[in-house]
Ligand binder design. Sequence first.
Ligand SMILES: Nc1ncnc2c1ncn2[C@@H]1O[C@H](COP(=O)(O)OP(=O)(O)O)[C@@H](O)[C@H]1O
Ligand SMILES: [Mg+2]
Length: 271
Amino acid sequence: MKIITFLNEKGGVGKTTMAGTIAAGLAILGHRVLMIDADPQGHLSLMYGIKKQHSLYDLLVRDAEFSDPGIVHALPPEVYAMPNAKQPTEGRLFIVPGNRETRLIAQALEGELFAVRRKMEELAEANVVDVVIFDTSPTPSALHGQIYVATQYIIYPSELSYLSLDGLVESIKSTTGYSKQKQEKGLEEIKLAGIIPTKFRPKVLEHQEKYQQLQGLRGFGHLVWHPIPLSVVWEESMARHRSIFSYAYDQPAASDAWQVVRAAKEKIIDV
Ligand SMILES: Nc1ncnc2c1ncn2[C@@H]1O[C@H](COP(=O)(O)OP(=O)(O)O)[C@@H](O)[C@H]1O
Ligand SMILES: [Mg+2]
């Protein structure tokens, strides 16, 4: 079971959009994918039209089971897969929703660094899910620390602005720090699997420059995935509670989305 976390200490950069999109793409490709909405804003839940609720809190703090009612929600293929898809696939898409109570998890579990990891181990043992995708809040919290302990891969969506790239460098540092701490405890490292430039405007000089700068970042250039251009379709699909593949499968945004899904499959799922 692969565990991936979407991270960026800046809000509005496309974390939730990319988490929900890559999860949908991997489900379409036949994987059993569980999304976990670990942002108290509950936007990943909203993205798929699931009511914000305290499922993640129940799972971690009240020690609910994944199989308890109201914890894991299965999404119907029409919200995430292409409407013209003929072949039924093995893939499934699930979500553990969250709400403002997610904010209280860190405090309730103070000192228990392994709570998320233990839940992930239970899930892996049950062999019901191939990929877990955490969407996180921009504000660092102790819950992030818990997720770090459990996660194997980080995907970093980032806008191509000066401040975003600064945030990226800071974030790479903290990921490296956590990764070292994990390895000192005998756990696996955390790999920065990819950086996704989001809201890219290819004709804007500033964006071109920042994109090149990112690709030239020493030691990290090879981690830069296909950029996702700015397009109103992303906002529209979110508002209609559909994945980009369900809402706009024949539009350029969906082709761009496939590029990042393929990168995730190649660099994370198939290794
Ligand atoms: N490539 C894009 N083009 C246009 N709008 C986008 C794009 N990616 C995301 N958005 C929109 O930007 C807003 C913030 O995205 P979101 O994924 O919620 O960011 P975050 O989770 O980092 O706060 C959402 O309304 C989303 O629909
Ligand atoms: Mg978000």
